[in-house]
Structure formats: structure tokens, C-alpha cells
Design a protein around this ligand. Structure first.
Ligand code: GLN
Length: 472
């Protein structure tokens, strides 16, 4: 039996029908992960307690309990804490840090007996769009190993796309789940800000971060989301279930045509337009909409996000966590530790963040960016008075070559032009595979992004499933 390219739903059926045990399933995935990881560098570590975890899952199943995720092998981004395991954020500064507690999402998944195969590679502290900012080397795209898998959650995306896990978790602050999902040809879903507790996820941009699922199908994303979501007293921004609207079947799609002209590859736009035509044939209405302030989203994000990151990263000082370098005095300890422990992109963002928050500049930068953010939120609110869903390509290009943009931060930042506005507004969005475009000899996946109003997460699933059916 082929056990290595299953969806959650398919694996669930095999487990429930007793055609396979959780132990066998986990072993098949560990075997494949071990075989393929040398090439893909998707995992920073494949755990040695996978078998015990799977045994627990089998016990839950034997006792007649469990849920959709029981016994399902998952890949977890290295910035989500699993008690007793290293969580490094792919940074030298936390290389040997062992988590002393479980993240909320991990608790939820442990409760139902999900199986964690390992921790996955990422851009250091989730800053980047390619995983090249990892302190442990880039991950590779399973569709073409000379190319990046996207980022920052590129390791989880590569693991799921390469069948080194059935599904996975990442974090999405500006696109870090949707963009790698698109570039690896899988589904990435960023819930409404507050839908999933951030407790136990390493904070990057606290007003933007959301833990988010990677799956092979939209239906699987729904299963995983249902398991991890929910109120949690340890994250004051977590929203109660009652906040969320009930599922509707969106029919009226808004496309911000004017916004889709900058820096997007022609063939990506073509496939996007063709996909919308197919949707129209299926009865969807597609209308042009204005999101007038969207063009400022990237600039504002790269002020708000570094401001929050510089504050959040202040805790890595060698005293409380991770690696410590000895200097001549306490200040020198900090400087040595942070100087050696952080990579270039982390340092760049700390500098930018400290600058935009500094006295004399905070009004010109940070406060202005916050004001622009409000305008962006309002653009979405206005647009959703007229349409049910907004559609854009997830990323303006397919996967680029490893090294192609590594020394050009601005080029790298534009990878998130269509995903960042979503985080700025806190609304939910899903990336669903939209076919491929050709580069050299490779057919490279791209993604369709559907964006829903705040709290209307569940309405993304019907349209996402429909889109999967329509585009194949
Ligand atoms: N690529 C974006 C950045 O570098 C998004 C990162 C993320 O979502 N974690 O900030």
C-alpha cells in the first residue's frame, strides 16, 4: 500500500478502517523524510520520539476516541514550541534552546493524538520569503531543487509538497504560509488574526502573526484549522468562537485590477485571469474593485513589522535563552551574543525597527505606518460591502532560483506584495493551487489567493474547494 502521498482525509479513512496503524503510517513518513531530507533540507530535525507518539495515537483509536487528526503525521515550523524539543527559530542564537512548554496549538494537537514528525526549516525568526535566511541552509523546492520553496515557512511547505508529511504548521506574518504554499503547489490558509492562539509561537510581529496550516487540499486545511483554533486565556488577542460568522457560499468576487499591475510576471497574471474566466463559467460573478491604499501596504508593513520585531527580538540577549557569548561586561555580553547569534536579515530589521520607533522619528515612520494600516483596513471593509470575496494571485512570481534575490532585500520584500495587505488588515485568506507556469525546464506552481472579511474564515472553504475542482 502506498502510504506516502496521502491527504488527512485519506489517511483518516485508512486508520479508521484499520488498514494501517498510526505506528505504521508514522514509520512510512519517517522513512521517506529521512530519505528525502538530504535533498530538500525541509526538516532541521526529525524527532526520535515519533514511534511513541504514534503508539499513543493507536491507543486513542483502539479506545474508540480521537478525531480527524488522530495519528496524522505533521511537520511543525521551528518557531512553534513543543515541550522537550529544540525550538531554534532557525537561528544560531537559539540553536540549543529546548522548549519548556507546549504552544497552544501543540496542546490541541496532542490532545487528539496528532504525530509530530519533526521541526522544519524557516527563515531566521520568520523574516524572509525564501528560507535562505535560515542559519542552517536553505530548503529546496520539491518541484525544482535549484529553486527556493518560498518562506519564511519554506521547510513545512517543502515537507508537505514533497510528501515528507501529510500536513504541517507554519506562521504567517506577511505571507509566510500562503506564499510558500503557492510556490510549492499546496494549500496555505491564514486565519483571521486572533482565530488561533499565538501562545507558544515565537513572536515576530505580534499584531500580524498567525499560526497557519499547510495541507494538500482545502478540506484538509479546514480539518487542521478546526483542531487548532479557539479561545485561549494566554493570548489576549484570541477571539471567541461566537465572533466568527457562519459559513456562506461566496458568489461575488472582487478583483483589485489596478493593484495587479505592478511587478507581476505576465504569465502569472494570464493564468490568474484564465482561472477567473473558469470561475465565471461556473456561475461566479467577477467585478473590478478599488483598494486605493493597497499600494502603500508593503511600505507600511516594512515599518510596522520591523518595529514589532525589534521589540520582540530584544529578549534574545544570552541571559534568558539560548547561546551566550562572554564579553568584558554585561553590555559587552549582549553585544557579543547578539552580534554573533543573529543573521544579517534579523540585524537589518532590528536596526530599521529601532530607528522607526526612536524618539524624533516615531511620528514620521511608525505612527504614520499605523495610520496607513487603518486606511488599508478600511479599504477592505468598504470593498466587502459590495463583494463576498477578494481574489489576487498569491505571489507575483513562481519560485525563484536559490541565490537570485538573496542579496537584494527590496526584491525579496516584493514577493509579499499581495499577501502583506491581508495581515495588515487582520482578515483571513487562503492560497489554493492555480496551475503552473514554465521557467527553464520546470513547470512551477502558482497560487490563487482568496481573501474573506474579518471572521468569515469558514466561507473561504466552499469557494476554495470549488476552485480546486474547477482548475484541475
Ligand atoms: N516575507 C515576509 C517578511 O519577511 C513575511 C514573513 C512572515 O510572514 N513571517 O517579513
Amino acid at each position: 500500500m502506498e502510504l506516502q502521498n496521502l491527504t488527512i482525509k485519506e489517511a483518516r479513512a485508512l486508520l479508521d478502517e484499520k488498514k494501517v496503524t498510526a505506528v505504521e503510517l508514522a514509520a512510512a513518513y519517517v522513512e521517506r523524510a529521512k530519505k528525502k531530507n538530504g535533498e530538500l533540507n525541509a526538516y532541521l530535525e526529525i524527532f526520535d520520539d515519533v514511534n511513541e507518539q504514534a503508539q499513543r495515537a493507536d491507543k486513542i483509536i483502539a479506545d474508540g476516541g480521537g478525531s480527524m487528526l488522530t495519528g496524522i503525521p505533521l511537520a511543525i515550523k521551528d518557531n512553534i514550541l513543543i515541550k522537550g524539543h529544540i525550538a531554534s527559530g532557525a537561528s544560531k542564537i537559539l540553536e540549543n534552546y529546548v522548549a519548556s512548554y507546549d504552544a497552544h496549538v501543540i496542546e490541541q494537537l496532542k490532545n487528539v493524538g496528532a504525530v509530530f514528525l519533526g521541526r522544519t526549516n524557516m527563515d531566521e525568526f520568520a523574516m524572509g520569503s525564501s528560507t535562505e535566511n535560515s542559519a542552517f541552509g536553505p530548503s529546496k523546492n520539491p518541484h525544482d531543487v535549484t529553486r527556493i520553496p518560498g518562506g519564511s515557512s519554506g521547510g513545512s511547505a517543502a515537507a508537505v509538497a514533497g510528501d515528507l508529511a501529510i500536513a504541517g504548521l507554519g506562521t504567517d506574518t506577511g505571507g509566510s504560509v500562503r506564499q510558500p504554499a503557492a510556490l510549492c503547489g499546496i494549500v496555505g490558509f491564514k486565519p483571521t488574526y486572533g482565530a488561533v492562539s499565538r501562545y507558544g509561537a515565537m513572536a515576530l510581529g505580534s499584531s500580524l502573526d498567525q499560526i497557519s496550516p499547510f495541507t494538500k487540499t482545502v478540506e484538509d486545511a479546514e480539518f487542521l484549522f478546526t483542531t487548532i483554533r479557539g479561545i485561549d486565556s494566554r493570548d489576549a488577542t484570541a477571539l471567541p468562537d461566537t465572533y466568527f460568522s457562519t459559513t456562506t457560499s461566496p458568489k461575488r468576487i472582487g478583483v483589485p485590477k489596478k493593484f495587479l499591475t505592478q511587478g507581476i510576471d505576465e504569465d502569472v497574471l494570464e493564468v490568474f485571469n484564465e482561472s477567473l474566466e473558469l470561475m465565471k463559467k461556473e456561475g461566479y460573478e467577477v467585478v473590478d474593485i478599488e483598494l486605493p491604499n493597497m499600494k502603500y501596504a508593503l511600505a507600511a508593513y516594512y515599518i510596522v513589522m520591523p518595529a514589532e520585531a525589534s521589540t520582540n527580538l530584544a529578549r534574545y540577549d544570552g541571559v534568558r535563552y539560548g547561546v551566550k557569548e562572554e564579553g568584558e561586561n554585561l553590555t559587552d555580553d549582549y553585544m557579543q551574543t547578539r552580534g554573533k547569534g543573529f543573521g544579517a536579515e534579523s540585524r537589518r530589521r532590528i536596526l530599521i525597527g529601532a530607528f522607526v520607533l526612536s524618539s524624533g522619528y516615531a511620528d514620521a515612520y511608525y505612527r504614520k505606518a499605523t495610520a496607513v494600516r487603518e486606511l488599508i483596513r478600511n479599504d477592505f471593509r468598504e470593498a466587502f460591502k459590495d463583494v463576498d470575496i477578494i481574489a489576487t494571485p498569491t505571489s507575483p512570481t513562481p519560485a525563484f532560483k536559490i541565490g537570485e534575490k538573496a542579496n537584494d532585500p527590496l526584491a525579496m520584500y516584493t514577493a509579499d506584495i499581495f499577501t502583506v495587505p491581508v495581515n495588515m488588515a487582520g482578515v483571513p485568506a487562503i492560497s489554493v493551487p492555480m496551475g503552473t507556469v514554465k521557467r527553464e525546464d520546470s513547470a512551477l506552481p502558482i497560487g490563487m489567493q482568496f481573501i474573506a472579511p474579518h471572521g468569515a474564515d469558514s466561507s473561504l472553504f466552499p469557494i476554495g474547494k470549488d476552485f480546486e475542482r474547477i482548475v484541475v
